[in-house]
Ligand binder design. Structure first.
Ligand code: ADP
Ligand code: MG
Length: 269
């Protein structure tokens, strides 16, 4: 029996209805090749199904990438690990496999002054995780806090926090930028408590824990929040010189050194 013996139009419609777009697109060509090369029926079926599955994975990752709101162009490949000797590339690569740390809702903390690549690295980790099948949301902490505060005013805070459960990893960029008035309603504390030991967070901060008392309404809550965050956390310190500033110095050349230039600024490479 050849493909001409069936009602091709009806088959295409049926594949549409079954939501099998890859098979729908590929079957005429595959069937022709199978006829020509004498494939066994099972081989044809298998080839079509495999393509449908691969296409479905691709579409899912594409959807998750759009939802993740990652920073464009920030990848692990474009991250210069030599600039941050305290970071092990192998360790970061292991993290992007996800597995147990994400399964257990463990956290990651990236500390360092402005410009050292915290946002770049966290977005790049998010990208690698999405590519590995996880769901991620990257957000500036202040933006998320604003949304959660609105949810609280609308009396749907619990639901809003529960909605974030679909993300295996929530990347809270610049937690220390939460302002005093944002801190007052403590939605951030409720988020942290809700995710504790269930869902992971990657938090970046340019301030060590000691300076976090402006993020939460009172010292007791700060302590409780920090306690939950660090309980199962991997902490990376990125205490290097600003990559931005270094790049600017390189672009200008050694003719106009910045105020606090060090010998390292003028590496000829
Ligand atoms: P932070 O979030 O710590 O303030 P960013 O991630 O915004 O720093 O980095 C500032 C700029 O420098 C970005 O354009 C980023 O891509 C770049 N950058 C920082 N560190 C690195 C690095 N190690 N390798 C490549 N680019 C970097
Ligand atoms: Mg940043």
């Amino acid at each position: 029996m050849t493909s001409t013996d069936i009602d091709a139009a009806r088959l295409t419609l049926a594949l549409n209805e079954l939501r099998l777009p890859a098979i729908k697109a590929l079957w005429p060509r595959f069937a022709e090749q199978a006829d020509k090369e004498g494939w066994r029926a099972a081989r044809l079926l298998n080839a079509l199904v495999e393509h449908e599955l691969a296409e479905r994975d691709r579409r899912r990752i594409e959807r998750h990438l759009a939802q993740a709101r990652l920073l464009p162009g920030k990848t692990l490949d474009s991250f210069d690990f030599n600039a941050v000797p305290t970071l092990s590339k192998a360790h970061i690569n292991a993290i992007t496999a996800g597995d147990s740390w994400i399964g257990n809702g463990n956290n990651i903390l990236l500390f360092g002054p402005p410009g050292v690549g915290k946002s770049h690295l966290s977005s790049a980790i998010g990208l690698a995780l999405v590519e590995n099948g996880y769901r991620v949301l990257f957000t500036r902490t202040t933006d998320l806090v604003q949304k959660l505060q609105q949810a609280r005013r609308d009396l749907v805070l619990e639901a809003a926090i529960a909605k974030l459960d679909k993300y295996h990893l929530l990347i809270l960029d610049d937690i220390a930028y939460v302002t005093k008035d944002q801190a007052e309603t403590s939605v951030l504390f409720e988020l942290i408590s809700a995710r504790y030991e269930r869902r992971s967070m990657l938090i970046t901060a340019n301030q060590p824990f000691g300076a976090w008392d402006t993020i939460f309404p009172d010292p007791a809550m700060t302590l409780a929040a920090v306690d939950r965050i660090v309980h199962h956390a991997t902490i990376f310190e990125m205490n290097v010189e600003s990559y931005r500033r270094k790049a600017a110095v390189k672009a200008k050349g050694p003719g106009r050194p910045p105020k606090q230039a060090s010998a390292a600024d003028f590496n000829p490479d």
